[in-house]
Structures are given as structure tokens and as C-alpha cells.
Design a protein around this ligand. Structure first.
Ligand code: KG4
Ligand code: ZN
Length: 495
């Protein structure tokens, strides 16, 4: 850091904290001999962030650390902090810091870099009366400061209601799940053969409070122990989303807590680090659900880029429509999967959409039409006798399209990890094949457990920890959005 950087540092400090350091204090720190003073700059030399530390003989202290609002979620903070802790490691010193108990994104980063919770300073911050958590990173404490600490940081309540599942979870600042409750509406929509939006919204209204209570009960905590609330704001059914958003606002507002708005797609992507917190970045993740089928390049926990997607039906839709044609239950993807396990996939040949295209896109309308014509040509008896072989062959074509494209895309992108998320990631053949083909290509493969593949709130909480938060009471006019593109956290342009 040079004297010339001071002006930019003062400006970032002023917009980052309720109670910022004064320009004079910052100038003094710059000339302090024991101080670590680092800035992160872009290619044009513009200051993006800075870190002040003190290198005391017994331990190093993190004093002040901020990233410019326009440069957040790009790994700038992680780079500044990593440089500091790595230097402390080389000097053989522990690193100490204090952080606001409600600052969950910061806590998530600290825990990721090996800090653990050693103490609490009650009402430490005079502006809000918030508690400070004292964190320590022991020399060489590379990763996972979460090990022995039962509840590092405060607890986060996460709510998901974008489609037909009412889900609530409780996580700590380390991203550990203390409770995850999902109330499925499948039985409600079964008789209509699909999700009826108005029926879904009403069912969410009826159940949401009970699901919140059950999640708190399972986590063994009360509302008063919560430090933040997270909620899916889109994409999804607007009426269904609004139930979650209003519930989250009410809980957060009544306790003066920050609120994290979460994109449902970011939630599916974050299921990957619930399953494997150390999976190396960058990664390519296949998100395959009832509404989406996309390949995403994931640079870090908050930087995503869409590489390709389905041009027509989603993979889950193809499974559900196939199940319906075969007379299996609703939604049907799972039933078709179970039946397919008993059949021979070589019996029938189904088209594999966009097989020859090098682009990471998918198409599932052809396979569905082929199934329709195949079944139409069969007698009722044949349809019963050959059902397992038909299901196995149909599943084979869908899974082959998904796995071949995903592995090819990951290799082409030069990433280290290949992951899968979304309801279709519960498919048993997809799970096996992705592991086999991905590992054969030298990739680290992450296939999350079933409960984090289908819609759930734990993944929403996991995404929230790496995303933005709206401070109390700035979220009262927060809205939901039926469509919300990947990379955008809220419908408003504020965040
Ligand atoms: O992610 P999700 O729970 O909801 C959406 O956001 O859409 O995904 C639901 C989809 C449904 O289409 C369902 O049939 C499918 O995931 N699915 C499966 C399996 N389990 C659920 N598809 C194939 N095989 C399965 N085992
Ligand atoms: Zn979903």
C-alpha cells in the first residue's frame, strides 16, 4: 500500500462499515511499523480492496479489511486474507480477529481459511449492540476451522418455496446443516398430473409456519438464537416464492436480522459444497432438475457462468413425461429410475439429442416423441411385458446425453472438478456414470447425497453464506421474481 492509495482506501472504508475508521487513523496505520498493509488492485491499478494487520511478536491480528462494493464476490477478499495468513504461517504465528456475529459471509470465508471460534465479546459494537466473535487461526491451520466447534458464528434460517416443496433449514456460519426439513406437495398435485401454481401457493401458506417450527425443533434452537435469514427469491412460481419471501421478511424484521436473498439456481450449485467443502475450483456443474438443465462454470462459491443449457425440455421433464407415458406415478422420475434398474438398456434405441454438436447444449424433445411412437405401436400386453426394458433404454439415452456432454465440457473448460446438482442428480444411473466417466477423465467428481439434490433449504442456506445480505430493514420492499438469471441474486438491481 502506498500513500497514493489512501484516498481510495478511505472511500472503500466509508461505504463498507457503519462505524468506519477515520482518515487520520488509516493514515497512521499506513505509517505503523508493525503493520501489514496490503491492497488488491485491478489491471489499471484501481484499488479493489485492502487489508490492515498487526504483526505482533506473539500473534498477528487482523485489524481492518474491506473490498469495494463493485468488486465483491470475485475472490478479492479471499486473496488478500490468504496472503496475510500464509505470511503468518511462514512466520510461525497464529492470527486473531474479531467479527460481527451476524456477518455470515465473512464468517464463512474465515472458517474456510481455517479460523475457529474461541470467544465472544458481548455487545462489543456500540453502533448496533451486536456481539463480536473472536476467531483464531492456528499456525498452519490450513482449512476447516469448523472441526470441533459445535456452532461457530450465529445460526442462519433458510427458506425455500419456489415450486412444490415447502423447505426450511438451519445452518451455522461454517455451512454445517443443523436441520433440513422438506414438506413435499407431491400427494397434493398427483391428481392433476402436474404442479398447479395456485394450489402450490395455498399449500405453502398452510404449511410454512409448521415447517419453520419443525426445523427449529430439529436444530434444537429458538428464533432468538438466529443471526440471519435466507430465502429463495426466484426463479420459480411467483405465488409460491412470495410465501417464502414474506415469511422470511417477517422473521428477519421482527428480530432486526439481515436477510440474504438467494437465486434458486445458486442454491442447487451450492449443494455441491454441502457435500464436499474442499472440492477444488474451478468446477463445471451440471444442474438438472424439473425446470432446468444447464452446464455452469463455477469459479468460486459466488462466481458462476452459464456455458450451455437445454434448447427445449428439461431432463426432469423428459423423465416425468416418460413416466407418464409408461403409466408410472407422479412426478415419475424416481419411479422410472427404479423400473429401469430391472430392464435391459440395449433393447431399444432412442435418439440422443444434439449428440454430434460440440456445444454444451441439450435437447430432450426427440427422445420423448420417440417413446410416444414406440408405445403407440405396442399392444397393451407388450407395453406391460416390455415396460422395464423400455424404461431402461429411455433412461440410457437421457443419461448418456447428460454425462457425455458434461464430461466433454469439463475437459474443454480445463477445470479440476465435475459436479452434479438438481433433482435429476438423484438418478442412480446418472450418479454411477458421472463418477465413472468423470474419474476416468482425471476429474474430481462430486455427487451430493439425495436429500441435497432435490429441492431443499439447506442448499439455499449454503448459497446464502457466499452471497450478499440486505441489512435490517432494507429488505422490506424485496420482491420475488418468476425468472431470475444465473448470477443475479435478487430481482432488484441493488445487490
Ligand atoms: O430439483 P427438483 O427437486 O425440483 C426442481 O427444481 O425442478 O427436481 C425435480 C425433478 C423431477 O422432474 C423429478 O422427477 C426428478 O427431479 N427426479 C428424478 C429422480 N428423482 C427426482 N429424475 C430421474 N431419476 C430420479 N431418481
Ligand atoms: Zn430446483
Amino acid at each position: 500500500m502506498r500513500t497514493a492509495d489512501l484516498k481510495a482506501v478511505i472511500a472503500i472504508e466509508a461505504v463498507s462499515f457503519i462505524d468506519p475508521w477515520s482518515p487520520q487513523l488509516l493514515a497512521e496505520e499506513l505509517s505503523e511499523e508493525l503493520a501489514w498493509k496490503a491492497v488488491a488492485e485491478d489491471e489499471d491499478g484501481q484499488v479493489l480492496g485492502y487489508l490492515f494487520g498487526r504483526m505482533y511478536p506473539d500473534a498477528w491480528h487482523l485489524m481492518d479489511f474491506a473490498v469495494a462494493p463493485g468488486a465483491r464476490r470475485r475472490g478479492v477478499g479471499r486473496r488478500l486474507l490468504s496472503a496475510f495468513v500464509e505470511a503468518a504461517d511462514r512466520a510461525g504465528r497464529d492470527v486473531l480477529l474479531e467479527v460481527r456475529a451476524g456477518n455470515l459471509p465473512a464468517l464463512a470465508l474465515y472458517h474456510e481459511l481455517g479460523f475457529s471460534h474461541v470467544g465472544l465479546r458481548r455487545r462489543y459494537y456500540p453502533d448496533t449492540g451486536e456481539d463480536a466473535l473472536v476467531l483464531v487461526r492456528e499456525t498452519g491451520g490450513g482449512g476447516g476451522g469448523c472441526g470441533s466447534d459445535p456452532t461457530p458464528g450465529g445460526l442462519l434460517l433458510a427458506i425455500e418455496s419456489s415450486c412444490d416443496d415447502s423447505a426450511v433449514a438451519v445452518l451455522d456460519g461454517c455451512g454445517r446443516v443443523h436441520a433440513s426439513v422438506v414438506h413435499s406437495q407431491d400427494a397434493v398435485h398427483e391428481r392433476y398430473g402436474g404442479v398447479v401454481p395456485e394450489v402450490a401457493s395455498r399449500a405453502h401458506v398452510e404449511r410454512m409456519s409448521a415447517v419453520v417450527d419443525e426445523a427449529l425443533r430439529q436444530a434444537g434452537c429458538t428464533m432468538d438464537e438466529l443471526e440471519a435469514v435466507a430465502v429463495t427469491v426466484g426463479p420459480g412460481l411467483i405465488g409460491a416464492l412470495l410465501v417464502g419471501v414474506q415469511t422470511a421478511k417477517a422473521i428477519a424484521w421482527s428480530r432486526r436480522l439481515p436477510l440474504h436473498p438467494v437465486n434458486h439456481l445458486h442454491g442447487h450449485l451450492a449443494a455441491v459444497w454441502l457435500a464436499d467443502a474442499g472440492a477444488p475450483f474451478p468446477m463445471v456443474t451440471l444442474v438438472a432438475s424439473g425446470g432446468h438443465t444447464m452446464l455452469v462454470r463455477v469459479e468460486d462459491r459466488s462466481t458462476f457462468r452459464l456455458l450451455g443449457q437445454t434448447l427445449d425440455d428439461a431432463a426432469g421433464e423428459a423423465f416425468d413425461k416418460g413416466a407418464r407415458l409408461l403409466g408410472l406415478g407422479y412426478p415419475g422420475g424416481k419411479e422410472l429410475d427404479v423400473l429401469a434398474e430391472t430392464g435391459d438398456p440395449r433393447t431399444f434405441s432412442f435418439p440422443i439429442g444434439l449428440k454430434r454438436s460440440a456445444r454444451p447444449n441439450f435437447s430432450f424433445s426427440g427422445v420423448k416423441t420417440a417413446l410416444y411412437y414406440l408405445l403407440r405401436e405396442m399392444t397393451a400386453e407388450e407395453r406391460t411385458l416390455r415396460a422395464a426394458d423400455v424404461a431402461a433404454s429411455y433412461r440410457e439415452a437421457i443419461v448418456k446425453a447428460l454425462v457425455d456432454k458434461s464430461v466433454r465440457c469439463a475437459i474443454g473448460e480445463g477445470v479440476r472438478t465435475l459436479a452434479v446438482a438438481g433433482g435429476v442428480a438423484a438418478n442412480s444411473l446418472l450418479r454411477r456414470r458421472l463418477r465413472e466417466q468423470g474419474e476416468a477423465a482425471g476429474l474430481h467428481v462430486v455427487v451430493p447425497p439425495f436429500q441435497y439434490c432435490t429441492d431443499n433449504a439447506a442448499m439455499i442456506g449454503s448459497a446464502a453464506l457466499a452471497g450478499p445480505a440486505l441489512a435490517y430493514p432494507d429488505y422490506l420492499d424485496l420482491d420475488a421474481a418468476a425468472s431470475l438469471p444465473l448470477g443475479q441474486w435478487t430481482p432488484a438491481s441493488r445487490v
